[in-house]
Design a protein around this ligand. Sequence first.
Ligand SMILES: *Cc1c(COP(=O)(O)O)cnc(C)c1O
Length: 417
Amino acid sequence: MSQTPVQISLEDCRKLDADDELRAFRDEFRLPADVIYLDGNSLGALPVQTADRVVDLIELEWGRDLIRSWEANGWIGAPSRIGDKIARLVGAHVGEVIATDSTSANLFKLIVAALQARPGRQVVLSEPGNFPTDLYMIQGALAALSGGHRLELRPRDRLAEAIDHDTALVLLTHVHYKTADVFDMPEITSRAHAAGALMLWDLSHSVGAVAVDLNAARADLAVGCGYKYLNGGPGAPAFLFVAERHHQDLTSPLTGWMGHASPFDFSDAYQPAPGVRRFLCGTPSVMGLAALETGVDLLLRADMGAIAAKSAALCRLLTTLVEQECGAYGLEAIGPALGQPRGSHVSFRHPDGYAIMRALIARGVIGDFRGPDVLRFGLTPLYLGFEDVWRAVQTLRAVLADRLWDAPEYRVRTLVT
Ligand SMILES: *Cc1c(COP(=O)(O)O)cnc(C)c1O
């Protein structure tokens, strides 16, 4: 006996908004009225307070206080201070996280440090289709070391069994950038440890969106992005995590003076700082850090459990509504099945995905496209409501039903998708 699925209505979505304990956070962001922003997983929205904070930084701290700001306005401590705040979002302790550089540069530092800490082991293990920069940075790090290491890629269902005595490092992205598939962090980490390997997690699509507990999983190393769910602004500094038990045995290959034990001794010999600060390289990017800190402070005012729960609810709604409203138009949902653990975006395959996304963007529904055929919709719990999802799906239905995407201007490829 088959049941007719219950149809979800606009009224249902409004009711979910009325019951949403995070709803007030919407007013903390500046978003254009004619846009439904479903790309916060690629560039987070602008917090209202960030513009004032950055202006103060420029006019008062830089313009008036000048070099005194390094101490008086806390510039020199910003990477550690913000790192400690991010630590609270990912289950790390004070002193284990630092905000600095790009995710790519942080990957390089940690990959090399990990390989040097596991001499005699030759393999870095990852999965095919991991985020490109992760694979590229492994390749660059191995080339720079010229120690005979090799990169091995195994599909995720055969990954755990490939970890062995020759594995130095397992490097995986916790939430997949295209599919929103999630790795079982404690499980894979313990497999790596059982074989004597180190485990590095990329949290770029996790931090600020889903529950992460690095220390509960006994993770060794992690990196993550500042401009996605942390709302730190374009090109915001990233972060890195080194578990405290490794602070003595891991050192950065980028031995810049800011990672020195006492940079202002100006001594000739490099001496790493005792803690995670040794993974700093050059002078902190103070303006970028100020915007990042504002985004992180905002996120810390919300309960991470509520964020993760709303993320799951938004994803469930979008998936169900697309099936209900757009079921006839050939979209294929990819990623975790309904109700399974997942990241905070929902993706669909369609052979005309690129043109469909361009047509959506032209109508104010901003998601993005990931080749060859994936439409991706990021669902950010802090500034997106359930009615927004309803409206986005109605626009998607119109674009598909009336073939609005089938126009030459939507086929021209842009540089950034
Ligand atoms: C966004 C993202 C990055 C970004 O790296 P950048 O160096 O900041 O450009 C890295 N890894 C993953 C998995 C990402 O999703």
